[in-house]
Design a protein around this ligand. Structure first.
Ligand code: PLP
Length: 395
């Protein structure tokens, strides 16, 4: 089907700079040699009127007070916010607004899930379709690991952490549904355990959709964008988080690469194997299906084995479906097609860096401001204008 599409189309777009290159270099390399001019890039964007004006009225009002309201239709105006990056008053107000949005979200969660969230904890959020390449499993494995660390050492000094998941699985996608079950099993266990003194909470938001997404993005501190590099064509959730002052914890995939370029390395938490390296690994696997690095990592890195083995822990299987959990364990220690084990250690260390920085309020607030200020590029107004200039050519 994709080949027919390329043959019949005058323009082909990978929807982010990285993926437009991947199309030319790998997926459609033959077509590219014949008709190079068809291959274009227009990076995706998001509707600012929804994802800031409607989703975050308090932030919209504050930005308007600082730089006027022209950013609503001329998104690059947000760059003017950079003038305030050392203004303590402004940074404090940004944090106050984030806090209020966290309270608003906590009220929703209380109603929907019956779980009490601590607005002073870090809100670490992964909301998107449930898919193996998006690696919700890698996220929840680390949450289980943290929980077990706290169980062993309840007095461990730790910034309280709230892990928020939201996702829908396609109707026939069994593995995705099992992952949702796992997240809910962990949430049940963690949220009812008095020993850990509220230092950890896990919530799964049902019916993830645009209306509740608006409230979630405004309340997020950390944006989980942890796809196996080369698999996420662009992502747009990453842009909604950035606009609302959440910091990206992500692989160098899709539009995350462009976010990293825009904000600079001090204002993003990047980790993991590069897309080139992962594409090379898939080619090696195609040549030699038995090729595996998983057992090497599983058996020989001291932190990885216990992390994965929690899937088999009776403390968890009592809450979940033991057989399903065993299936997830077999997959991750066997094929691990989406390479969670390859990236899990660098994921954990990037996450640790983020939690460490979060403890320094003004330092973190400055990064929030830089993210919002640099987000103008991701307005869908820019995307549409570029489609028109390069592809549609309407008058
Ligand atoms: C933005 C959005 C998505 C896309 O999220 P990604 O993280 O880019 O995959 C999916 N569903 C809803 C409801 C959204 O608002």
């Amino acid at each position: 089907m994709a080949n027919l599409c390329v043959a019949g189309s005058h323009s082909i777009n990978g929807v982010s700079a990285l993926h437009s290159e991947i199309l030319k270099d790998t997926v459609f390399n033959d077509f590219y040699t014949i008709t190079p001019d068809k291959f274009k890039n227009v990076t995706n964007g998001i509707a600012f009127r929804r994802w800031i004006c409607q989703a975050n009225p308090e932030l919209t009002k504050f930005i308007t007070e600082l730089i006027g309201d022209s950013f609503i239709t001329k998104s690059d105006e947000l760059l003017k916010l950079r003038d305030f990056k050392d203004d303590r008053q402004v940074l404090e107000t940004l944090q106050k607004i984030k806090y209020n949005n966290k309270l608003r979200f906590a009220e929703t969660v209380k109603k929907r899930n019956g779980v009490e969230l601590n607005p002073d904890s870090i809100f670490d959020v992964q909301v998107k379709r449930l898919h193996e390449y998006k690696r919700q499993l890698m996220n929840i494995l680390h949450v289980m690991y943290l929980y077990n660390q706290l169980k062993d050492n309840p007095n461990m000094d730790m910034v309280p952490r709230t892990f928020i998941f939201g996702a829908k699985a396609a109707a026939g996608y069994r593995r995705a549904k099992l992952t949702i079950k796992l997240i809910n099993a962990v949430a049940d266990k963690v949220n009812h355990d008095e020993d850990i003194k509220g230092k950890l909470k896990v919530v799964f938001i049902e019916d993830y959709r645009v209306s509740n997404a608006e409230i979630i993005f405004a309340a997020a501190d950390v944006s989980e964008q942890i796809s196996t590099a080369s698999k996420e064509a662009s992502g747009t959730g990453n842009m909604k988080f950035m606009l609302n002052g959440a910091l990206t914890l992500g692989t160098m995939d899709g539009a995350n690469v462009e976010i990293a370029d825009l904000v600079g390395p001090d204002n993003i938490y990047s980790f993991g194997a590069s897309s080139n390296w992962i594409i090379e690994l898939y080619e090696q696997k195609a040549r030699d299906p038995k090729l595996g690095y998983q057992s090497e990592i599983y058996y020989h890195r001291p932190d990885v084995k216990p992390l994965v083995d929690f899937l088999l822990d009776p403390a968890l299987t009592r809450y979940g479906d033991a057989e399903a959990l065993k299936a997830l364990w077999t997959d991750i220690t066997g094929k691990d097609w989406f390479m969670s084990l390859l990236d899990v250690e660098s994921y954990i260390s990037a996450r640790d860096r983020a939690i460490h920085d979060y403890g320094d309020k003004p330092f973190w607030a400055r990064k929030m401001l830089v993210n919002t200020a640099r987000c103008g590029f991701f307005s869908s107004d820019r995307t549409i204008a570029q489609y028109n200039k390069d592809i549609w050519r309407l008058k």
